[in-house]
Design a protein around this ligand. Structure first.
Ligand code: PTJ
Length: 258
């Protein structure tokens, strides 16, 4: 793959893009994952490619929800494994959440390839691949209904990054708390999750790890208060207002190039 010069104005975005391409070449990322990434990039442009104040609120609520959960699970798909393998392990270690591979474009080769990436990053246990991965959530219509008996099947909270549409609704229907990471504030996942972090998964994961570490010593009542005061619809509205204000300002200036 060609080198990306450090002084390229969009170097970071290109590097992330190349991680997705490499992931596809290693059977980790689905072909459709490239398209999903492009959609994410477009929304990230609208957000100014930074973690916004509403996203920070959602990250705090997500950290509190993970710490309050009895049995949290991080659901990993191709894109999230390619982008943040190390941070997935770190989050699992600090929050006690299990890691489960759960993919839309399901094949044994891809499940194994994603498991390998996670193990190479330090994962000791990867659910969703192997003999306990024969549970089923009938409410989910896609092959993502196949889940691990030791993972998503019995989880009370599931973190679903870079998610396709129908699963959040189904998981919520069977009583799970869903935390989504999705750059598109208008997606079904974003709209239906209990907590939606509208941020790039690459930026949000280290912040989520830090927030969990910070809140870990807090009393249960304080974590419950954070969750009680959190209003996902309001936070999504704040994201949309932020995009609107940003675009209005750019329109007035006539350019977004500094
Ligand atoms: O690995 P698989 O087989 O499970 O397939 C995964 C994909 C991503 C192909 C599948 O879940 C899919 O098709 O997703 P969608 O329906 O395209 O939705 C992905 C959502 O994630 C979109 O709303 C994107 O805007 C958003 N997104 C893409 N990249 C990022 C992102 N959100 C946060 N961070 C990103 N880096």
């Amino acid at each position: 793959m060609s080198e990306i010069p450090d002084d390229h104005p969009r170097a970071e975005s290109l590097r992330i893009r190349h991680r997705i391409i490499e992931g596809m070449e290693h059977n980790v990322v689905a072909k459709a994952g490239l398209i999903a990434h492009g959609r994410g990039e477009a929304f990230d442009y609208l957000l100014g490619e930074e973690t916004t104040p509403p996203a920070k609120k959602a990250i705090k609520a997500a950290a509190a929800a993970l710490l309050l959960s009895e049995y949290p699970v991080i659901s990993v798909n191709g894109n999230s494994a390619a982008l943040t393998p190390k941070e997935i392990i770190e989050l699992s270690e600090v929050s006690g959440a299990k890691i489960e591979v759960n993919i839309f474009y399901r094949s044994t080769e891809r499940l194994e390839a994603i498991k390998k990436v996670l193990e190479e990053a330090g994962a000791k246990e990867v659910l969703g691949v192997g003999e306990t991965a024969d549970g089923e959530i009938p409410e989910i219509s896609s092959v993502r209904r196949v889940v691990d008996r030791k993972g998503i099947l019995i989880a009370d909270t599931v973190l679903v990054p870079i998610e396709d549409g129908d699963r959040t609704q189904a998981l919520k229907k069977i009583g799970k708390t869903v935390i989504a990471v999705d750059l598109n504030p208008l997606s079904r996942t974003s709209q239906l999750a209990n907590i939606t972090i509208v941020d790039n998964h690459v930026r949000c994961m280290p912040l989520l790890v830090e927030e969990v570490k910070k809140l870990k010593q807090s009393p249960k009542e304080e974590l419950e208060k954070i969750l009680k005061e959190y209003d996902n619809k309001k936070v999504l509205g704040e994201v949309l207002e932020l995009i609107q204000d940003r675009l209005t300002e750019i329109a007035k200036k006539g350019t977004n190039i500094p």
